[in-house]
Design a protein around this ligand. Structure first.
Ligand SMILES: CCCNc1ncnc2c1ncn2[C@@H]1O[C@H](/C=C/CNC(=O)c2cc(-c3ccc(F)cc3)cc(O)c2O)[C@H](C)[C@H]1O
Ligand SMILES: [Mg+2]
Length: 214
């Protein structure tokens, strides 16, 4: 049977990256997506901006919405302190299966909890299931029309505390207009746009960093 693009991406990691070396996994995926088959990872250019924000926040608890193949999961987890935990939600079982193997190849399975399920179902259950009260950092990269409802859900569930940082991918392309309007106009957020390019292309895109003010 014909392989899928995520399966071919995983094969490229297993062929070209060194087990236990997250940077080589990130490099192998970027090479594959730049020269073989485009895929919707945050990519190397926006990835560097994400790295700088993660390093500045130095989070102990991280939530990622939309794992896909695990590229940003590996990028973020590789920068976390030893006691930190990253929970990543992915509701497509095929993508979850690929991402688990990418995360394992990077040797980061002890820092990452991949939860197979939808954000709407899981955001209300995280505190009881994982003993996490609030998140220091949230990376939003799932369906673009779900950024706003899920942000409001996180607020309602008390998962954000004064200083929690939201980083949203694709606020220009494909775009998340309702989310952008919300975080930029709400008195509860201090928002900042980091201009960049859509992964592996020359089109404009960027990340929006929004600090929750409580
Ligand atoms: C209702 C369930 C919600 N809750 C959910 N709960 C859990 N998991 C969820 C939920 N909703 C979705 N997911 C998962 O997250 C992933 C989805 C990721 C979506 N990402 C994009 O669509 C995108 C497009 C482009 C793009 C740009 C230009 C182009 F020309 C083409 C494409 C670029 C980019 O960087 C992009 O991130 C994964 C595929 C999907 O199974
Ligand atoms: Mg994205």
């Amino acid at each position: 049977t014909q392989s899928t693009r995520p399966q071919r991406l995983l094969s490229a990691v297993q062929k070209n990256a060194t087990r236990g070396n997250p940077r080589s996994v990130v490099r192998a995926i970027d090479e594959f997506c730049r020269h073989k088959e485009w895929a919707m990872n945050v990519g190397d250019e926006k990835g560097c901006i994400l790295d700088s924000i993660v390093s500045e926040v130095n989070p102990v608890t991280v939530l990622e919405l939309g794992t896909y193949c695990g590229y940003s999961t590996v990028r973020i987890a590789s920068l976390l302190p030893p006691n930190a935990k990253l929970i990543t939600l992915e509701f497509n079982p095929d993508f979850a299966a690929i991402a688990r193997q990418v995360i394992a190849w990077a040797g980061l399975q002890d820092k990452v909890q991949l939860v197979e399920g939808s954000s709407g179902d899981w955001i209300p259950k995280i505190q009881e299931q994982f003993g996490i009260n609030t998140f220091d950092l949230v990376f939003l990269d799932h369906w673009k029309d779900r950024y706003l409802p899920d942000t409001k859900l996180m607020e309602k569930c008390g998962l954000l505390r004064k200083g929690s940082v939201l980083v949203a991918d694709n606020v220009i392309c494909p775009g998340t207009p309702d989310y952008l309007e919300y975080v930029r106009s709400s008195p509860c957020y201090k928002s900042q746009y980091f201009i960049s390019h859509l992964e592996y292309t020359k089109a404009e895109d960027g990340l929006e960093k929004s600090v929750f003010l409580g």
